[in-house]
Design a protein around this ligand. Structure first.
Ligand SMILES: *Cc1c(COP(=O)(O)O)cnc(C)c1O
Length: 227
């Protein structure tokens, strides 16, 4: 695992430098879904502090076992009746895809007196089976989120269609970056110029970094294949 993480960091650095970006602005999010607490512990000992989880029940056990030195990112699909638990357990959410979920999170966060950075998931490839707002619905949803005091809009997230060739992901990553740039131009966010991009996984994170990713979500390349 030590070698895996070192290698990934090196690749992130060279991809960033290739396009003149500062590698330090890129967060490596270790996706620990279906991986045991012992493996997360091992990664923490190596200095890895951001982890992503998809399944609430699983995550609940891990979070209570591992404590709060870790920044926990929710990257799974959110059912609105589970938003309350997401608000309680997690530090940030990458998968807001409708107003109902944003409002449910806001409600619980307000009562916890907690502000949460959130990403809006965009169905950038317009695949029917995929979660995420359409590129057209993205702006209106972001506008609504900016009015919710306990949600802090952090950026956009997307998952391109599965492909073995990472270059196939590039146009999708680029589209997401262009959407983010449009938000900046419209001065929709107070932190103008700071719309994050959560994109890139084990197979295509280097291309994602070249296209502007600020968070790459990497599971298999750190922990090995999931059974
Ligand atoms: C599982 C998952 C990842 C990590 O995928 P790998 O190919 O194992 O790196 C990233 N993002 C999301 C949303 C996931 O569900």
């Amino acid at each position: 695992m030590k070698e895996n993480i070192a290698k990934i960091k090196k690749l992130i650095t060279s991809a960033a430098e290739k396009v003149g970006r500062d590698p330090n602005e890129i967060i490596l999010l270790a996706v620990s879904k279906r991986k045991p607490v012992s493996q997360i512990d091992e990664a923490v000992a190596l200095g890895q502090l951001d982890f992503g989880e998809n399944y609430l029940q699983d995550a609940k056990e891990k979070i209570s076992a591992l404590g709060d030195n870790i920044t926990w990112h929710f990257i799974g699909h959110i059912q609105s009746n589970k938003a309350k638990l997401v608000a309680e357990l997690f530090d940030t959410v990458h998968t807001i895809d409708r107003l109902k979920v944003a409002i449910a999170l806001e409600k619980r966060l307000a009562s916890l007196n907690k502000v949460m950075p959130v990403y809006v998931q965009v169905n950038i490839s317009k695949e029917e089976q995929k979660s995420g707002v359409s590129p057209e619905e993205m702006g209106p949803l972001v506008r609504e989120i900016l009015n919710l005091p306990h949600l802090s809009f952090a950026g956009l997230m997307a998952m391109p269609p599965y492909a073995t060739d990472p270059e196939k992901s590039r146009p999708y990553f680029r589209s997401l970056r262009i959407l983010a740039e449009e938000l900046v131009h419209k001065k929709l966010t107070e932190q103008s110029g700071k719309v994050g991009l959560s994109m890139g996984m084990s197979g295509d994170f280097e291309v994602a970094v070249e296209e502007g990713a600020t968070v790459v979500r990497v599971g298999t390349a750190i922990f090995g294949a999931r059974i």
